[in-house]
Design a protein around this ligand. Structure first.
Ligand code: DO4
Ligand code: MG
Length: 285
C-alpha cells in the first residue's frame, strides 16, 4: 500500500492512495482526525485509516498523469553519510586532506548524520533539481528514504536524491552544508510505501540511470544489503538527543557514485528506482 501527495483538479494539495499504478484520492474533508498524509502515516493502523477514507465516488487515474507534490508535511529531512563502502572510497578520493575522517566514520559506532532540508525545500517527483552555479562537479545520490513518526517508528519508505557538490565537499569538509543544502538540492517521492507493505530488506535494490539528450550517460545499481549500518541503528542515533514532533525523513546514504570524471549537466534526467517504492524522476534545471 502506498500514499502520495498531489494537487487536485482545483489545485489543492490532497492525499492519494496508490493501487496497481492507479491513484485514488482520499476523502480527508470528511475526517476531523486525519487532515494530512502524516496523520495517516503516524496512526496506529494506517491501512484501516486508508480503508475508512477511500471514497468510491472519487475517480481514480493513472499514476503517470498525477501532479505530484513531495510526500511530506512538516518533517525535517536528515541524511546519513558514508554508509556504503562505495561512498567512503569516493569521498576519500575527492578530499585528500580529510580522507582519514571518511575512513574513521565508516567504521565508528557513531554514524555521520546531517541536516538536509526543510519540507518546503523538497522537490517532488517530476520536479527540477539544481546544481549549484559555483560547483563544477555535482552528482545525484540515490538513497532509500525512511519516514519516521514522532516516536521514531519507521512508518514508511520512499526514494530520495541527496544532490551533492563533490568539489565543494572535497575542498574542505567544513563546507559540507554548502555542498549539500541549497535550493532544490533534495528530491523525494513519488509515493510512500507503508512499512507493512515494504519488501524484505534483503530483496531491495536501488538503481539509478542518468540520461542526456536521450542517451544513458550513467547507470548504477546497489543492493541495500551493501549498507554497512542497520536502519534501526541510524534511527536510534538520529533520535538520541533530538526530538521530531512532526516526524522526520531520514535519507540513508548512497551506494552509487558515478565515476570521478562525471558531472551533471543542465537537462540531465535522473531516474532512481527502489524495489517496493517505484521510480523518482527529476530533471536538472
Ligand atoms: O560525507 C559526506 C556525505 C556522504 C553522503 O551523503 C552519502 O554517503 O550519501
Ligand atoms: Mg548522501
Amino acid at each position: 500500500m502506498q500514499l502520495c501527495k498531489l494537487l487536485s483538479s482545483e489545485r489543492r494539495p490532497t492525499v492519494g492512495f496508490v493501487r496497481n499504478g492507479q491513484v485514488s484520492l482520499l476523502n480527508l474533508d470528511s475526517s476531523r482526525r486525519y487532515r494530512c498524509l502524516s496523520d495517516i502515516l503516524f496512526s496506529a493502523n494506517p491501512q484501516d485509516v486508508i480503508e475508512e477514507l477511500i471514497d468510491d465516488r472519487m475517480t481514480s487515474f493513472p499514476m503517470k498523469s498525477g501532479d505530484f507534490l513531495a510526500p511530506l508535511d512538516r518533517q525535517e529531512v536528515w541524511a546519513a553519510g558514508v554508509t556504503y563502502l562505495r561512498s567512503k572510497s569516493a569521498r576519500e578520493q575527492e578530499s585528500q586532506g580529510a580522507a582519514v575522517f571518511y575512513d574513521k566514520v565508516y567504521t565508528a559506532a557513531r554514524p555521520e548524520l546531517f541536516f538536509k532540508a526543510t519540507a518546503e525545500r523538497v522537490v517532488p517527483h517530476q520536479g527540477r533539481v539544481r546544481i549549484r552555479r559555483d560547483s563544477r562537479w555535482s552528482v545525484p545520490e540515490p538513497e532509500l528514504a525512511l519516514f519516521l513518526s514522532p516516536d521514531l517508528r519507521i512508518v514508511g519508505y520512499s526514494i530520495g536524491n541527496d544532490m551533492s557538490a563533490r568539489d565543494i565537499e572535497g575542498e574542505n569538509p567544513l563546507y559540507l552544508p554548502q555542498a549539500k543544502i541549497y535550493d532544490q538540492s533534495c528530491a523525494i517521492g513519488p509515493a510512500v510505501t507503508l512499512a507493512d507493505s515494504f519488501p524484505q530488506l534483503d530483496l531491495v535494490t536501488i538503481d539509478m540511470v542518468i540520461e542526456r539528450h536521450g542517451h544513458t550517460v550513467f547507470q548504477g545499481s546497489t543492493p541495500l544489503t551493501r549498507m554497512a549500518r542497520k536502519l534501526e541503528d541510524l534511527v536510534a542515533w538520529l533520535g538520541r538527543e533530538t526530538s521530531f514532533p512532526h516526524g522526520v525523513v531520514l535519507l540513508t546514504g548512497t551506494g552509487i557514485v558515478p565515476p570521478d570524471d562525471f558531472t551533471l549537466q543542465l537537462g540531465d534526467v535522473i531516474s532512481i528506482d527502489v524495489t517496493g517504492v517505484g521510480r523518482l524522476v527529476n530533471v536538472v534545471a
